[in-house]
Ligand binder design. Structure first.
Ligand code: ADP
Length: 548
């Protein structure tokens, strides 16, 4: 028997309608690319996004067309998003940190017809426009004063389009499974692959992310969305903030410690989300200048594992709660969060900390399982490593244009490519990416666990661990360390620091001090590049093994 409730398609335009109707005066504050801080409201964003929808319709954009955005987090970027999605077109967020070749590949693969671009990225886009035959128009996200029309003939000005068009447009009224947004994974293996989010999946992800044990957002929050909108939709914040009616603060291009601290204070930020490297920079800035945030209560940290030292510093020195989160572009992206359940909440602070270093528990709407390579279920005992698989209404079902073929197992689960444990209390912990895990003598060593401990050494800025070929053991761990400015250290100091904190056979065979630990386009340690750089390196322990 069918139920008898109303038909109300879950389309994301309704999120901004809600913000306009009930939180129309709530502020959206951006550090603009032109320089100054710009203040607007959900009400104004709603109206301007509607005008922009009419501009897109006038340019011939229709349902299903891809429209790219190559931009930092700003109010204009939000206007572009809702303008695109509201009329059933697909908003394709492009990561400006990618190389031009990758960007061209992605834009061509997606067949973007129009690109919204921030001023600083216009020259590079212009330089490569011949390689982008499908791109018909470029819209520069600025005002008339900053347009350089002579240099870029035919480029359109965002503010002029907003002025020229009426706000009278109908949003939504299409199937809730219509595609809303497209985001390519960074493709650490093979070509980047597109994840095509639906209106429905995004709406459901928004509701889930608001839960108290997830992001726990409310209309009283002031949210600083540091995580970029091109990085899995700013982890959904540009949907969940208007859904909650929270104030939204957007950092534009400046994510250094001083700029972030300034926004935290001037905008009374209570909640923020970013990858660990951003928080490390903020901590360094606060320490160096004896500063402390006055209103900040909670930060969600994810994208890569959170080092213990970071959680301790926020908790003990600044009274800020850290919620560790795991997810991926393919999961919209929230998959698990480490907020305490009843059992963990009852523990002593240091025991609780142990759980906040894990990646956490799934909210309702995410199903997880652990399997071996043959798909057999593994126990949730907190020690058995296995492949982490995930299923749910906002998890990828197939990549755009069928790249990679069938990506689901017989039960409809997606293999995340992560290796993890799940403990008796339901907390998942990533031990590695399947391709980074170190295979030593038939056993697995977690590169992440060693690097997190090493990064806690007072002389270390950043640490990375990779597996290096070993004639006897197949692979052995090599620790790379970037020391703090002006610091010196020995290999033995670091090995002594790890001693007792990891199993003896996990001990790195060597420590190399490096000038730089390369970070990829989403701020994570780029192990692929490190492996390339270390090619030809021979472990001292390998050199000692006689050739067979
Ligand atoms: P990419 O890193 O390829 O750009 P994503 O941003 O989708 O793609 O990253 C997803 C991956 O990032 C996960 O599969 C996992 O390996 C890693 N990751 C995300 N969050 C965490 C976390 N909290 N701890 C450890 N690894 C994480």
């Amino acid at each position: 028997m069918q139920g008898l409730m109303q038909t109300w398609p879950l389309t994301v335009d309704k999120i901004l309608d809600h913000a306009n109707n009930w939180h129309g005066d709530r502020e959206v504050v951006s550090r603009s690319l032109e320089g100054p801080i710009v203040r607007t409201t959900y009400g104004a964003i709603h109206e301007r996004a509607k005008r922009l929808s009419n501009a897109l319709l006038a340019l011939g954009v229709s349902n299903g067309d891809r429209v790219g955005t190559l931009a930092w987090n700003t109010g204009r970027h939000i206007e572009a998003w809702y303008a695109i999605m509201g009329i059933g077109a697909v908003c394709h967020t492009l990561n400006p940190r990618l190389f031009a070749d990758q960007l061209c590949y992605i834009m061509n693969h997606a067949e973007d017809r129009i690109i919204f671009v921030d001023l600083p990225f216009l020259p590079i886009l212009w330089e490569h426009r011949e390689r982008l035959p499908k791109v018909e128009k470029i819209i520069v996200m600025t005002d008339r004063d900053h347009m350089v029309e002579a240099t870029y003939p035919g480029a359109l000005c965002f503010e002029t389009l907003v002025e020229q068009h009426s706000p009278d447009v109908v949003w939504g009224e299409f199937d809730e499974r219509t595609a809303a947004a497209l985001c390519y994974t960074s493709g650490t293996t093979g070509n980047p692959k597109g994840v095509l989010y639906e209106h429905r999946s995004t709406f459901l992800h928004t509701l889930v992310s608001l839960q108290a044990d997830a992001m726990g957002l409310s209309s009283r929050d002031s949210i600083l969305a540091v995580v970029p909108m091109y990085h899995a939709n700013a982890w959904g914040l540009t949907f969940s903030a208007p859904a909650a009616g929270a104030k939204l603060v957007l950092p534009g291009a400046k994510m250094d410690g001083a700029s972030i601290f300034e926004l935290l204070e001037t905008e009374h930020v209570t909640f923020s989300a970013a990858v660990p490297t951003v928080w490390q920079m903020l901590l360094q800035h606060m320490r160096a200048n004896s500063l402390r945030p006055s209103k900040l209560k909670r930060v969600v940290i994810g994208g890569s594992a959170v080092p213990e030292a970071l959680v301790r510093a926020f908790r003990d020195d600044y009274g800020v709660e850290v919620v560790h989160a795991w997810g991926m572009t393919e999961t919209s992206p929230l998959g698990t969060l480490s907020s305490p359940n009843a059992a963990v909440a009852a523990m002593e602070p240091d025991e609780r900390l142990y759980y906040s270093l894990k990646q956490g528990r799934p909210p309702a709407g995410i199903e997880l399982k652990l399997t071996d390579d043959d798909g057999n279920l593994l126990p949730h005992d907190g020690t058995t490593f296995g492949r982490l698989k995930v299923r749910g209404p906002f998890v990828v079902g197939a990549y755009f244009r069928g790249e990679g073929g069938n990506i689901l197992d017989d039960e409809g689960y997606f293999d995340t490519g992560d290796v993890a444990t799940i403990d008796e209390l339901g907390y998942m912990q990533i031990t590695d990416r399947a391709k980074d895990v170190i295979k030593s003598g038939g056993e697995w060593i977690s590169s992440i666990e060693i690097e997190n401990i090493a990064a806690g050494h007072p002389k270390a800025t950043l640490a990375a661990v990779i597996g290096v070929h070993h004639p006897k053991w197949e692979e052995r761990p090599l620790l790379l360390v970037k020391l703090n400015e002006g610091e010196t250290a020995t290999r033995e100091e670091f090995l002594a620091f790890l001693d007792g904190k990891i199993a003896k056979w996990w001990m790195p065979d060597d420590v190399v001090f490096v000038e730089e630990i390369p970070l990829g386009a989403t701020g994570k340690i780029d192990k692929k590049l490190i492996r390339q750089r270390m090619e030809g390196y021979v472990l001292p322990t390998a050199a000692a093994v006689p050739a067979q």
